[in-house]
Design a protein around this ligand. Structure first.
Ligand code: HAM
Length: 418
């Protein structure tokens, strides 16, 4: 039996690869326009990194990580997200010593052993941005504006933005205590996981999907009512800035996000085109993570967007992105033309033309069919008689017009570009 791919891990087949490249290119252009530089970190990290940053009680760390021992007996994990890895690299290389503000972006595969559904994979890709060194609410707004600009560039339909304020460490602690009391009072109807989380990390109970728990969770106190004055001011300025940027948003006091490192502002972009549970991109402020991982006090805010979900949404809209530049088919119709063909294909490719040929050297009719199939804009015909005369036929596939040109690439390029 033929070997199949691993469940939850997708192949990206042509012509979709071109769509991916276009999306990544658009992202890189937007990031650069906002002054962000690319960082690439390895797929594997020490398991501790994620346990300490994302939180041991989260779904990601407690049940979804691809963790194994390497041959040296060290516990390593295939990164389930980018934020912790970027902080690790920032500290490893002491980037904080170079300047105060860092704007970083990344793109690449992430791994979570999740239950498969539409838009939920075990290997998926994120495009993410992280901004270090600015405690200002304007930084939070910049991260949101960047995503907004990216989605606008791609024409994402039905976009909606939800935001919330998780408050400071202290106010979050007060909220956790109130939530704990609420959960304890209803322990008899909660699932076993929620009962356990009541003691270990009550906020995580809010992520519970078990239907029986929903009425208790729906009646729980709201984190927004516990925020301290300073984080309330921060949140208000953040909202004012979003208004000034013309970015519509709604407060969702129930949103606490599924990772433990957040403090203050959090947000999620969704689209009516995705299922209710599927977020397109998400993130927030995490001012304590750098110190928790052993670095200097560094305020931080960031986001990550799921690329597969983005492509699901864009669907047909971006399905047939044509290849960039001019496509030319070189029809070699005689062994006498081989030398000329070898020289021409090299020179034309160097000039940025996409050159394809039929290496099986079939007859004229089937080579013209092949030229049509690949969507060639031009065909260069190299027959025995033409080459003997020092000429080639150059056919414009749009107009059907064919002219004789010299055998030099320059002569062809002059025609093509005229
Ligand atoms: P996250 O909410 O876990 O946040 O993931 C961000 C996005 O990744 C999601 O909104 C979704 O589009 C995509 N995603 C997550 N899991 C899957 C999956 N199993 N299949 C397909 N797509 C998925 C983070 O990862 C944080 N690191 C974001 C962040 C950056 N916060 C601050 N900086």
């Amino acid at each position: 039996m033929a070997i199949q791919g691993v469940k939850g891990m997708q192949d990206i087949l042509p012509p979709e690869g071109r769509v991916w490249r276009a999306v990544e290119q658009a992202a890189a252009e937007i990031f650069e326009a906002f002054g962000y530089d690319e960082i690439r970190t390895p797929i594997l990290e020490h398991t501790d990194l994620f346990a300490r940053s994302i939180g041991g009680e989260t779904d990601i760390v407690s049940k979804e990580m691809y963790t194994f021992e390497d041959k040296g007996g060290r516990s390593v994990t295939m990164r389930p997200e980018g934020t912790a890895a970027v902080v690790r690299s920032f500290l490893d290389h002491k980037l904080y010593g170079r300047q105060n503000v860092h704007r970083l972006f990344y793109m690449g595969p992430m791994f979570r052993y999740e239950r498969m559904q539409k838009g939920r994979l075990r290997q998926f890709h994120q495009i993410g941005g992280e901004l270090y060194g600015l405690a200002s609410p304007l930084a939070d707004a910049e991260i949101v504006a960047l995503q907004h600009a990216f989605f606008k560039r791609l024409g994402v339909p039905g976009l909606a933005l939800e935001i919330n304020n998780l408050g400071s460490v202290e106010s979050r602690g007060r909220y956790a205590a109130a939530l704990q009391a609420h959960l304890r009072a209803h322990a008899d109807v909660l699932c076993a996981d929620c009962v356990r989380r009541t003691d270990t990390n009550p906020l995580r109970a809010l992520d519970c999907k078990v239907p029986a728990c929903q009425p208790v969770l729906g009646g729980a106190p709201s984190i927004i009512d516990f925020a301290d004055a300073e984080s309330e001011r921060h949140f208000a300025t953040f909202r004012e800035r979003l208004d000034a940027l013309g970015i519509a948003h709604e407060v969702n006091a129930q949103m606490v996000r599924g990772l433990d490192y957040y403090t203050g502002v959090v947000f999620e972009f969704t689209s009516t085109g995705l299922g209710a549970k599927n977020t397109l991109s998400a993130g927030g402020r995490y001012d304590n993570l750098v110190t928790e991982l052993g670095g200097p006090a560094t305020p931080a805010v960031g986001f990550a967007c799921g690329v597969e979900r983005l492509l699901l949404l864009l669907g047909e809209m971006v399905h047939d992105i044509p290849p960039r530049g001019t496509r030319l088919f070189l029809a070699v119709l005689s062994p006498a033309a081989e030398k000329v063909a070898a020289r021409l294909s090299g020179a034309l490719r160097e000039a940025g033309i996409r050159v394809e040929e039929d290496l099986g050297r079939a007859g004229l009719k089937s080579q013209m069919k092949a030229a049509n199939r690949v969507g060639a804009d031009w065909v260069v015909l190299l027959g025995e008689d033409e080459v003997a005369r020092g000429e080639a036929g150059l056919k414009n596939m749009t107009t059907g017009e064919q002219v004789a040109v010299g055998l030099e690439a320059e002569a062809m390029l002059a025609r093509i570009r005229s």
